[in-house]
Design a protein around this ligand. Sequence first.
Ligand SMILES: [Zn+2]
Length: 294
Amino acid sequence: MPEDGIWVATALGGHALVYAAHTATLVGELQTRHDTWPVVTAALGRVATVSAMMAAGLKHADHQITVQVSGDGPIGKILVVANGQGHVRGYAVEPHVELPLNARQKLDVGGAVGTNGYLGVLKDLGLKEPYQGSVPLVSGEIGEDFTYYFAVSEQQPTAVAVGVLVNRDYSVWTAGGVIIQMLPGASEEEVVHVEKAIAELPNVTTLLRDGETPQDIVRRVFGDDVHWLDHKTVRFQCSCNRDRLERVLLSLGREELDSILEEQGEAELVCHFCGDKYHFDAQEIVALRDAATH
Ligand SMILES: [Zn+2]
């Protein structure tokens, strides 16, 4: 299997900015860490893939974007954080969802996510205030929802194609996507050309499965009129550690820590984003209680 990565390019003589991603290993790790069932793997994997492509445009390693997809479907909520180093983490509130295939005989991502709800993006670019944008969900299929987000919230005509292919044994076969953003100066004809080319593109996952690279897929849209700018690595990486979770316990305060000691005698915290478990024994909780400021 080819390595995960994001390729960044301009096309149409600089009138379009292109991100193309291969994210099979990333989505595979999300699947195994959270034991997601296929339709959740597809939904979470699509959000993670688009988030990774958006993060590839961040200028600094510690800048990060947080994407939240909150619909009324059985998944509940999907949360993904991606930063400028290509580190991605995320989870779905309910990993075990099973639905019949949709009318196109595909995993019913829209049904699992729901259509009533919103897609929210928070960009932390090291400024005082993070940038925040949010739009109502269009179909819950994720690609369309992001297309709508870019158009409305960032006022940038953007085509998004994203997919995850899941094996019978629930593992991930392949995953990837393409984002094409039309830049100022693009003509109406160019916008129409890109929309048409993306609409006519076979499923990204079909192409990746058949051995095409993300770069091949971009060439299907633009031919040789592509100027490659950058290649970025992308991988699953959580930001949790024992210190951080100690601070979480500390913040509970003395009373709460005492009742944990009394009722459980120990504490086990599980990181939502990666599933890692952190165990604190009674002695450690006593030390934290004594150090607590309230
Ligand atoms: Zn973690």
